[in-house]
Ligand binder design. Structure first.
Ligand code: GUN
Length: 291
């Protein structure tokens, strides 16, 4: 069997068309969804991510502000910047690009962002809302994975989902979203003994550990769905995920590639969350959710 490739780039484009219509509707009501991105320091990868986020905003007719700060910015100064943005009515979403320099406490920064503008979905209030099934900003990568599975009409109810990786950004919240969709969830991580014992039982395997070739064909059962969140470089310097793609694609039923898999969905869901935040200011979000 050769797996069907889940093309994240195509799905992201389809979702962006819907977002573009929502932006138009907001603009007709004189609201331009605005995203502020704060970048501290000059981490190369972060600069690329931030540029892509800004471009996505521009392409959708959204307002975007990039606030670049030096690596020696103090934590109180960063919190002051965030507080200004919390009060700024032209800004509906605030994102502080991670990782931050070592002298700044990530937790304090995330908690300084108003939960109503936390379009990353990292604030404990949004995480709590998500865990209790309330309306919340969902973390963008797990949210994107759910939209991809919806797009291929994959029914999660009663399925066994094994998550490999337990980061606050991907693994942990992804498991919660699968649970909310009535799947049975198992978490595996770097201390799991006999990873393959668990992953071989999975209908869906989500891999987010940041280490290439973590999952090979011997780790999965025939016909499994494999979602690869990894972003690594192989020996030739080419982008690759955490899954041995060529090997696993002959055994899986569906697989996400790297690049053009989960990656394009993450930024798209950030745009979706920013638009949702703007809609909330006009109480339009409930209508948008129904349509
Ligand atoms: N760094 C890597 N991924 C992310 C993300 O999704 N949000 C933020 N704020 N920083 C990141």
């Amino acid at each position: 069997m050769s797996a069907q490739i889940i093309n994240g780039k195509e799905i992201a484009e389809a979702v962006r068309q819907d977002i573009s219509k929502e932006v138009q509707q907001l603009r007709e009501k004189n609201v331009v969804p605005g995203l502020a991105v704060i970048l501290v320091g000059d981490n190369q990868a972060s600069q690329t991510y931030v540029r892509n986020k800004q471009k996505a905003c521009e392409d959708l007719g959204m307002h975007s502000v990039l606030i670049k700060q030096p690596a020696d910015l103090t934590q109180p100064d960063l919190i002051r910047k965030i507080e200004e943005l919390n009060q700024d009515d032209s800004i509906h979403g605030i994102l502080v690009q991670l990782p931050l320099p070592g002298h700044i406490q990530e937790k304090a920064i995330i908690e300084a962002i108003s939960p109503e503008k936390d379009v990353d979905g990292f604030h404990p209030i949004n995480i709590g809302r998500m865990m209790t099934g309330q309306d919340a900003f969902l973390p963008c990568t797990p949210y994107g994975i759910m939209v991809m599975l919806e797009h291929i009409d994959y029914k999660l109810e009663g399925k066994h989902v094994v998550i490999v990786g337990r980061s606050n950004i991907v693994g942990k919240p992804a498991g919660q979203l699968f649970l909310n969709a009535n799947a049975t969830v198992t978490y595996c991580h770097s201390k799991t003994s006999d990873l393959a014992y668990y992953t071989r039982q999975a209908d869906v395997v989500v891999v987010a550990v940041g280490k290439r070739d973590t999952i090979t064909s011997s780790h999965i059962k025939e016909g499994a769905v494999v979602i690869d969140v990894g972003m690594n470089r192989n020996d030739e310097g080419k982008l690759c995920g955490d899954v041995s793609f060529e090997d696993v694609k002959n055994k899986a039923s569906y697989i996400t590639p790297v690049p053009k898999g989960v990656g394009p969905m993450t930024i798209t869901m950030l745009m979706k969350n920013t638009v949702k935040s703007a809609q909330k200011t006009l109480n339009l979000d409930k209508q948008a959710m129904k349509s």
